[in-house]
Design a protein around this ligand. Structure first.
Ligand code: GDP
Length: 194
């Protein structure tokens, strides 16, 4: 069992975050909350790396399709007109493709963030997946208004500034995927560790 201060999470600043000039602002918000940046790099991902980052299991892909269908129903849009089908197992892969092409469209910034409940706290600082729903004061709520209604109409992924792991297990998997055996740094923060 790790010390509570040693919990790690994985964060990636997405193309809209990089292109809006939010790299510093995002890091500032994590550090302000006494979280520690213990690995950090800008890089251009390959199509294959992004494809392997997002889950490939049918449940995850169908869930993406179901979310899309729910949005269409909520706003009264015509799902079949846009996708030629209302089958969520066929819509899911389409949305996943949008996501992959969006994520390779600019350099990204990847980082490992450490601290007490870092997985949950980083998701709280990030805000709701859908920026139009995200609370003010969260990264997504302060810097984006994107919605699935708009993104689906424009046949692209929802632009929500950052990606962050959902569970400590997912974080471990993503850190391994994106940083491999690269060193996770160790240092003491004033006022946090001493
Ligand atoms: P996250 O963990 O908060 O990033 O959210 P998910 O794992 O549910 O979804 C992955 C990514 O897919 C999101 O961050 C969005 O960029 C995109 N996405 C999710 N749902 C939709 C949707 O209904 N429509 C579109 N166009 N993109 C979506």
């Amino acid at each position: 069992m790790k010390h509570p201060k040693e919990e790690l999470t994985y964060v990636m600043i997405k193309p809209d975050g990089v292109r809006k000039g939010l790299i510093g602002e995002i890091i500032r918000r994590f550090e302000q909350r006494d979280l520690k940046i213990v690995a950090l790099e800008m890089f251009q991902p390959t199509h294959e790396q992004i494809d392997n980052h997002y889950p490939k299991n049918p449940e995850w892909i169908t869930r993406l399709g179901e979310k899309t269908k729910t949005t269409y129903e909520k706003y009264g849009y015509d799902l079949v007109a846009d996708f030629d089908t209302d089958d969520t197992s066929k819509i899911g892969p389409e949305v996943r493709k949008w996501l992959v092409s969006y994520m390779v469209s600019s350099p990204l910034v990847k980082m490992v963030v450490q601290g007490v409940h870092s997985v949950d706290v980083v998701r709280k600082i990030a805000g709701d997946t859908m920026p139009y729903k995200a609370d003010m004061g969260t990264i997504r709520g302060d810097f984006s208004i994107d919605s699935p209604a708009l993104a689906n109409k424009e046949k692209r992924a929802v632009m929500n500034v950052i990606h962050c792991s959902e569970t400590p297990e997912e974080a471990a998997h993503e850190i391994k995927h994106w940083f491999g055996d690269v060193e996770i740094y160790s240092y003491k923060r004033f006022g946090v560790d001493e």
